[in-house]
Design a protein around this ligand. Sequence first.
Ligand code: GAL
Length: 660
Amino acid sequence: RLAYGADYNPEQWPRETWDEDVRLMREAGVNVVSLAIFSWARLQPARGAWDFAWLDEVIDLLHENGIAVDLATATASPPPWLTTEHPEILPVTASGGILWPGARQHWRPTSPVFREHALKLVTAMAERYKDHPAVCAWHISNELGCHNIYDYSDDAARAFRGWLAERYGSIDVLNDAWGTDFWSQRYTDFQQILPPRQAASHANPTQQLDFKRFSSDALKQYLREERDILNVITPDIPVTTNFMVMGETKGMDYADWAGEVDFVANDHYFVPGPQGVDELSFSANLTGNIAGGNPWFLMEHSTSAVNWQPVNTPKKPGALRRDSLTHVAHGADAVCYFQWRQSRAGAEKFHSAMVPHAGEDSPIFRSVAGLGRELESLSDVAGSHRSPASAAILFDWNSWWASEQDSHPSDRLRYKQEALDWYSAFLALGLRVDVVPSAADLSGYALVVAPILHAVPAALKGRLEDYVQNGGHFVTGYFSGIADENDHIWLGGYPGAFADLLGVRVDEFGPLLDGESIQLDNGATATLWADRVQPSGHDVEILARYTTGEHSGDAAVTRRAVGNGSAAYMGARLGAPGLAPVLADLAASAGLSSELPAELRGAVEMVVRTDGRTDYVFLINRTDTAVDVTGVEGAPLPGWESKLDPRSVSVLTRRAAATG
Ligand code: GAL
């Protein structure tokens, strides 16, 4: 069946509360908890001193009650004795400040001293619990990189030099890649290189980009070191760590990390606002595709308000269930929360939990228990895979990093927002789409949208050209195709790498000032960016033109037919409402149509999982009004409704389309 549970922090509570915890867990249908995530200080009160007795007792108690344990390696937050003895493990900011102890995750990913101590703890945990039948998985550290992804310390400098030496082989190759003849930056030895610490002006852009790559790799390397120990001591226990495919968390290239774990796990927190539901689905979708379409584990989300947004509003009725089931729709086989019992003390005492401060007699606990029962009725879904869509949005960490660096035409550009706007446009049209990493196999997709695909190595350029030659329909847009993997400009006119494929030329970038906007003849409004696009051949069709100001009459959106395929360019930021009509046109020419009845498009998100015999069709009411999904092909699972209340979800089954 699907897993259901939470982070469980029993060390924050007296012993008698543990008995109440397991009673309530059983009542709620909880069958897994993540344990010991922030327990280092308890487990190792001093160098060489260990105290596992309390954890033994908790694990036994859970096991007796049929609750499995996703056991943390407990390395997420080093204890005070360690940082007192070894302040050299503390991370350093770009301007040389120290991230002091007192919160959490105050450790340098590259510190040999931290590693020595943390890996000792991992070994002790693995040896202690290797035979405990409750342990179903290892949970490495916690949200690696949440607070410490960028460390500019001397340890980081040393490791960065080693990483660069491996990447470039010689200092001359690095000088070429970094373009160091600009501003007299030519190095004669790797020893001269530093992380991009706060400098007098803009740091070398390739140095900045490489530091981002290095920082993601350094934490990935740390993840591997914990994992390798676990794999030796407990070869049969799967290993994971909780990713953060959410919001603007961009430091970790999870597409690159996914191969390091036995199953992908993700944390997601709802971002209130007009695109909140879209962002929730986007994150779940990308996570599912990073997991290669295989089931994954929702390790954390919230039952209601968080405590770290500027204003932390509770979830509306039904949203708890909708949010959880949206993740399940996109392939999650586990629904877990931060956290089981709301803390009385500490920085997260105002963060919601499965058992709120009010206790079990509360709307939140009743919703939690209700969802637990419903998840039991979804047991057959467990193990099924994502059923691929016919369209894809490419998501590329290198382009995210590179396009948002400093010294650019505009510092207003937001990579993820543009990708999300396209996603919202797909949702508005009721079209299923997969958000896939840029390395994904695209051959099965009729339409591929690559928003702000800025960093384009020759190999990626070639793959996309082949995709179009083979009949694919490719769409990209402003600030795409601009640079190669070294952040050097593709010459010959923008959009550089894609200028020939798209059959267009942009001579100067079109960033717009705050408050400025330009109208298009299709009714859309451009803000933030508006390239004046020149078609370079007769095979290029103009899909939309600007109608106001200096741009009036110029092309904004174009499409070039290439054999059975096409390549389209969206020169302006149109936002989700402006993208939808253009996408409708592009999707229709790619042969795509919505699987939803017309009246449900936009109101309902449809997501499909399949086990090869049965398709599980999830229908999510994205709106605050009731909808009726009776017109969708399939039969509701027993107990699931066709009339959906605001924010409600239904699951239909139908026979899977024959494959192979
Ligand atoms: C996550 C973290 C949890 C908790 C949660 C609160 O970032 O892993 O420990 O802090 O956020 O939303």
